[in-house]
Design a binder for this molecule. Structure first.
Ligand code: AMP
Length: 217
């Protein structure tokens, strides 16, 4: 299946995408992960993207559209794909539609994960990540045994530059202004399915699975 995951930052798109990918073997394409890797590697894409990302703004459409087009061509997308964090603007959605049409495909479903703002702020500002193994902790919901230290590998924990409260609030504003219009865009096309995202990742995944099965028929 060709799936798009829509939802505010911190709604759990990445977690659900990884779970769907794990269960069905569908390639998971996360534009946030691609951009963060480019920043770490210091590539020209990373240099262009970093300022926008640190401010909680969107990277310009012309940059990210090219990245995703290349990815769709390169990935083994025969078994479909899960797009996580793309599209985030109407222009991106229109370009995705065009690219898929050229490749003889189309989207099957857009899963919109819904979570209240205050819960998002709690989730993101408390998130801490291990710099060595990538394990994600949460200061309130899943704290490490020793402050600042990963209990899996002993690596140092860090906070993503865009997970500070000020930047999270900016990311939410950007989401409402530029990304939320996609909810109507995909509703009109009959592709949208809403999933409540406040419960545990396993409970949300159960609902996601039921929704996907309903579509597969
Ligand atoms: P994420 O991990 O999906 O929250 O993405 C982190 C940051 O990467 C976002 O705040 C944006 O700056 C940038 N980004 C990721 N995906 C896109 C996209 N589709 N369009 C523009 N910017 C993006």
């Amino acid at each position: 299946m060709n799936i798009v995951l829509l939802g505010a930052p911190g709604s759990g798109k990445g977690t659900q995408a990884a779970m769907i990918s794990g269960r069905h073997g569908t390639p998971h394409i996360s534009t946030g992960d691609i951009l963060r890797q480019a920043v770490t590697d210091g590539t020209s894409l990373g240099l262009k993207a970093q300022g926008y990302m640190d401010r909680g703004e969107l990277v310009p459409d012309e940059i990210i559209i090219g990245v995703v087009e290349e990815c769709l061509r390169e990935e083994d997308c025969e078994r479909g794909f899960i797009l996580d964090g793309f599209p985030r603007t109407v222009a991106q959605a229109e370009s995705l539609e065009e690219s898929l049409k050229e490749m003889g495909g189309s989207l099957d479903v857009v899963l919109n994960i819904e979570v209240e703002d205050e819960e998002i702020i709690r989730r993101l500002t408390g998130r801490r990540i291990c710099g060595k193994c990538g394990r994600i902790f949460h200061l309130l919901f899943d704290p490490p045994r020793d402050e600042g230290v990963c209990e899996v590998c002993g690596g140092d924990l860090y906070q993503r530059a865009d997970d500070t409260e000020e930047t999270v609030r900016r990311r939410l504003e950007v989401y409402k202004e530029q990304t939320a219009p996609l909810i109507d865009f995909y509703k009109r096309k009959g592709l949208l399915r809403n999933v409540r995202g406040e419960k545990s990742a396993a409970d949300v995944f159960e609902h996601v699975q039921e929704t996907l099965e309903g579509i597969r028929g």
